[in-house]
Design a protein around this ligand. Structure first.
Ligand code: DGY
Length: 434
């Protein structure tokens, strides 16, 4: 290729990248409902907890004030006991089931009664570290820090009251990985009868073949009925829970979040708070190691009803690296990822593609999720494995550039599936390419 042709190709690529960045920003602007983003129009018409943590970091690449606002909007839903709910229903919508009436949580704004993976402290630390407007970053991190302290105390008090080290999740929706095959056996023990009539709206927006099955929804709603009857009281929920798992992803994300909180405590906290966080970090590091699964070459979740490790490989199993855990296992984890990669065209599938329950198009049973990739790549990079981190980043960016910022991607065909114009996928694109 001549020098001129090469220069032309490079400037064409730069122009395409610039347009893609503009498109990603435009998606956040379009999904903004006034201080918070919906994950995508119609399918998810409210504010979701872990979505907003990633979305805040996305905003942080071009509008720092709006990034902080994403977080303060989410915290409007925080409960007095420290829970940060999975959903904050800031404004009514008929597009989603189950809405506030089903949850029966009497608060303003209305919220659901369960939580989601605690990425928030990591997002706040990221915005605090990278904020170009230092005064804004300092003021917001200082004012948000106490809410994070209360939230991490909630995780321990509500979900690990005996201080064994691993926190419990009581609903597949709390893991964010709703229909992962990792939950199949535990969810099969949950009855299918419901008091609440099921009126699914998701399949009116997205092909049913890309969503959880009807049977799973019946069990999801049965769980909501059980916890609503328990008055959303943490101890009563724990005692009544027919589904209880130590999700490897939630625990790894929490361990990372605790360390990010500790960094902020160094600036905004007290000695007592620092000691308390350090103690939880040490306990969680020890406990997380109990989730190593030699046969899978990966970490895995534990069924807390049977105390057995769930023998299903999921992308969550790489996340202990995101928590700075298991650096000595990084080569084994990279080899596992390479084995998975040989069966698909892009990484990281949410379920081991060699597993019988792998379904490349069905939500968390196979598709690639950009936010999980961002965390896994961060983990590999921190171990010094730049090649694996670059492969994950490169695949994610290529998928988004080819198919747009979809909710998730088929790891075999690269097709963008689920909801379109998705806030957290656009945010990961912005974080990775600016
Ligand atoms: C849904 O409704 O699909 C969500 O994943 C619940 O958070």
């Amino acid at each position: 290729m001549s020098n001129d042709a090469e220069a032309c190709r490079v400037s064409g690529e730069a122009e395409t990248r610039r347009m893609n960045v503009e498109q990603a920003r435009a998606i956040l602007l379009a999904n903004d409902r006034g201080g918070y983003c919906v994950p995508t129009a119609r399918l998810y018409p409210f504010q979701w907890n872990w979505d907003s943590a990633f979305v805040a970091m996305g905003w942080g690449t071009f509008d720092e004030a709006r990034a902080w606002q994403e977080i303060t909007s989410l915290l409007k839903g925080q409960w007095e006991d420290g829970l940060i709910p999975q959903i904050v229903f800031h404004a009514p919508s008929d597009d989603y089931f189950p809405g506030p009436d089903v949850w029966g949580v009497r608060r303003t704004p209305a919220t659901s009664g369960i939580t989601q993976p605690p990425v928030l402290a990591t997002a706040v630390r990221h915005l605090w570290d990278t904020g170009r407007d230092r005064a804004l970053a300092e003021a917001n991190a200082a004012s948000i820090y106490p809410a994070l302290v209360r939230n991490h105390r909630w995780w321990q008090a509500a979900r690990d009251p005996e201080r064994r080290g691993l926190v419990a999740t009581l609903h597949p929706w709390e893991t964010g990985m709703d229909n992962s095959p990792a939950w199949d056996a535990a969810l099969a023990r949950v009855p299918m009868d419901t008091v609440t009539p099921i009126r699914r709206r998701d399949t009116a927006h997205v092909d049913a073949a890309m969503r959880p099955r009807g049977e799973e929804y019946q069990r999801f709603i049965h769980l909501v009925d059980v916890y609503r009857d328990a008055g959303w009281d943490p101890a009563r929920m724990l005692a009544a829970s027919p589904f209880r798992v130590a999700d490897v992803a939630t625990n790894a994300i929490l361990l990372r979040a605790e360390q990010d909180l500790l960094a902020m405590a160094g600036r905004f906290g007290t000695d007592t708070e620092r000691a308390e966080i350090e103690e939880r970090v040490a306990r969680l590091h020890t406990a997380l190691e109990r989730l190593w699964h030699d046969g899978l070459g990966l970490y895995a979740s534990m069924d807390l009803m049977t105390h057995e490790i769930i023998s299903v490989g999921t992308s969550g199993g790489f996340l202990p690296l995101f928590a700075g855990h298991a650096r000595d296992r990084a080569a084994t984890l990279a080899a596992t990822l390479a084995r998975w990669a040989a069966r698909v065209s892009r990484v990281v599938p949410s379920t081991d593609p060699g597993f019988t329950g792998f379904e490349p198009k069905r939500y968390w049973r196979g598709p690639i999720w950009a936010v999980v990739n961002w965390m896994i790549a961060d983990g590999f990079r921190a171990t010094g494995d730049a090649a694996t981190a670059d492969r994950i980043r490169g695949d994610t960016v290529a998928l988004i550039e080819a198919a747009g910022p979809s909710e998730y991607f088929d790891p075999v065909t690269g097709e963008g599936i689920g909801g379109a114009d998705f806030s957290w996928t656009a945010s990961i694109f912005l974080l990775w390419v600016r």
